[in-house]
Design a protein around this ligand. Structure first.
Ligand SMILES: [Zn+2]
Length: 214
């Protein structure tokens, strides 16, 4: 991973810096501010375009035929109202062979599966929740981002029960320091990247990029 198209530089595995409590509190505030500005979304959109472009050069995983564009619109929640419609497109490809036509999804830093919130919103919210009392309460998150308590419970269950046992996490696990604990995902991963990046924004992007492509 080189510094290119907004993709951050690699995080050294040996590095195991963790944020101090005071820094953590400041970082939490900054993370919420990042979700209210277009810039983070613009950078992630560019990364997604690049990931889709690379994916397109591959072939259909089922029959080996060339892939065609088959993007579709999404209406993700939790971001600023000012975001242009072009960011709300999930890049997607489908097999060009008439008899196959199967969909092939490139990795995405903007979207986290079928969840209705932006991926960065989910990551920040979970990170702040795992960092209480410095982090945000469910009430505050509902006010700020419109995330309900039920949704918070669903996300927490996913990151507690499903993600740590996934093949993707097993691959990522080997690429980050051992201080990143399976029991505190995804907050521990986000904090690790933020502590080892030049800014909270870069750290967040690096984390989302690894979660998408790992
Ligand atoms: Zn095919």
């Amino acid at each position: 991973m080189r510094e290119r198209d907004g993709v951050p530089s690699p995080i050294l595995k040996e590095s195991s810096r963790e944020l101090l409590p005071k820094t953590l509190k400041r970082a939490g505030k900054m993370l919420l501010e990042l979700l209210q500005k277009d810039n983070l979304f613009s950078l992630l959109h560019r990364i997604d375009m690049d990931l889709a472009r690379k994916h397109r050069h591959g072939r259909c995983p089922y029959c080996g035929s060339p892939l065609h564009q088959a993007n579709y619109p999404r209406k993700p929640r939790g971001g600023p109202d000012s975001l242009p419609d072009e960011y709300m497109i999930r890049f997607s490809l489908c097999c060009g062979r008439e008899e196959c036509r199967r969909r092939s999804l490139p990795p995405s830093t903007l979207f986290m599966g079928r969840r209705v919130y932006w991926g960065c919103v989910i990551l920040v919210v979970m990170t702040l929740r795992q960092n209480r009392p410095d982090g945000a309460s469910a009430h505050r998150l509902k006010q700020l981002l419109g995330v309900s308590r039920e949704t918070l419970i669903q996300w927490a269950a996913y990151f507690r029960d499903v993600f740590p046992t996934s093949a993707k996490w097993q691959r990522i696990r080997g690429r980050v320091a051992s201080t990143v604990r399976d029991s505190e995902l995804p907050g521990t991963l986000a904090r690790y990247f933020i502590a080892n990046s030049q800014s909270s924004e870069k750290g967040l992007i690096a984390c989302l990029h690894l979660m998408a492509t790992g």
